[in-house]
Design a protein around this ligand. Structure first.
Ligand code: ATP
Length: 319
């Protein structure tokens, strides 16, 4: 293998730049040429490529977002879109690809691998919803952003003795809500993995108030309900006014934490090694602090890990 490409796809996540840097530097260290493919699979289809040098990825390890830009492309899901992408790769002499993104991006990478372009997936998404890795790149930074917000909201919640609902990202996976809720001392955590009972939520608010709690913080994953609808439910049930904060896209931005930079660097380096070893159709990950890799089929078929004991603990600690 003489030439590889790297792209970022799907939702951006902090640490993607550190991963791009690792891929580029590791490739050049091993005397490979490396192309940056801009705007994800959209740019792959149109040939939006640029050869990257050591300096192209200087001064980005600490930056959120992605210098390669990212995109979602319906066209790439079609056989014709993939044919165009492969044609562009061949035109540039690119023999292998590192795809940084979520499970949708991995599906695209699997299609390319099946059609003779070796691809390695690198999990970059704040949701922590990919099997085959304990953490995805960006999750840790997003968590810190959410905790920072919860701490600030807690100050005002205590001062005004109010109940706050904090809506966080997580359509199918509640990891951000669960970890942030536990780390932020939330009274209630509502996540897609556990069906909630309104009577329990209300019961916890009431018992907290009875024993003199000055505030109640409810962390709600967006996949369960939006914050305003949830506030209405509580109002109907208890006549209690709540305040709603939707954290939204601030959870995606910001400088990556040291953890995410290290994770991204380790995964990026390993992804290039796998291509050099002639591997294809696999995703890198970290399990128990070891760098591992699984076939895309394994990643798609393994269940999303959800630590129910952590949820139970959060309930026990916030009685
Ligand atoms: P996030 O977790 O942040 O949403 P993601 O990678 O899961 O990231 P998606 O929008 O699901 O985000 O996928 C990104 C892109 O990957 C899509 O826009 C599409 O171009 C490509 N893709 C997704 N699914 C497939 C598929 N089945 N076949 C080919 N390409 C796909």
């Amino acid at each position: 293998m003489k030439t590889i490409g790297v792209l970022t796809s799907g939702g951006d996540s902090p640490g993607m730049n550190a991963a791009v840097r690792a891929v580029v530097r590791k490739a050049i260290y091993h005397d490979l040429n490396v192309y940056g493919i801009y705007q994800g699979y959209s740019g792959l289809m149109t040939g939006n490529f640029k050869k990257l040098e050591l300096g192209s990825v200087g001064d980005i390890i600490h930056r959120g977002g992605t210098i390669l830009y990212t995109a979602r492309s319906e066209d790439f899901k079609t056989a014709e879109g993939q044919r165009q992408g492969i044609e562009q790769l061949k035109k540039h002499g690119i023999e292998g690809l590192v795809v940084i993104g979520g499970d949708g991006s991995f599906k695209g990478a699997q299609k390319l691998s099946e059609q003779g372009i070796p691809c390695i997936g690198l999990p970059g998404t704040i949701d922590n919803d990919i099997a085959g890795t304990d953490y995805t790149v960006g999750f840790n930074t997003a968590l810190h952003t959410v905790i920072d917000a919860i701490d600030k909201i807690r100050d005002t919640a205590t001062s005004h003795e109010r109940t706050f609902i904090i809506e966080v990202m997580g359509r199918h996976a509640g990891d951000i809500a669960l970890w942030a809720g536990l780390a932020g001392g939330a009274e209630t955590i509502i996540i897609p993995e556990i069906e909630f009972k309104l009577s329990d939520v209300v019961g916890r608010i009431k018992s907290g108030q009875q024993r003199g709690k000055k505030h109640t913080i409810i962390v709600l994953a967006e996949g369960v309900s939006n914050g305003m609808d949830f506030a209405k439910l509580i109002k109907e049930e208890t006549n209690l006014d709540t305040r709603v904060t939707v954290l939204g896209h601030i959870q995606r931005g910001g400088n990556p934490t040291a953890f995410d930079r290290v994770l991204a660097s380790r995964l990026g380096g390993r992804a290039v090694e796998l291509l050099i070893e002639g591997k294809a159709g696999r995703a890198v990950g970290m399990e128990q602090n070891k760098i591992v890799d699984y076939s895309f089929d394994e990643v798609f078929s393994l269940p999303h890990k959800f630590d129910e004991s952590m949820y139970k603990l959060s309930q026990e600690l916030s009685i």
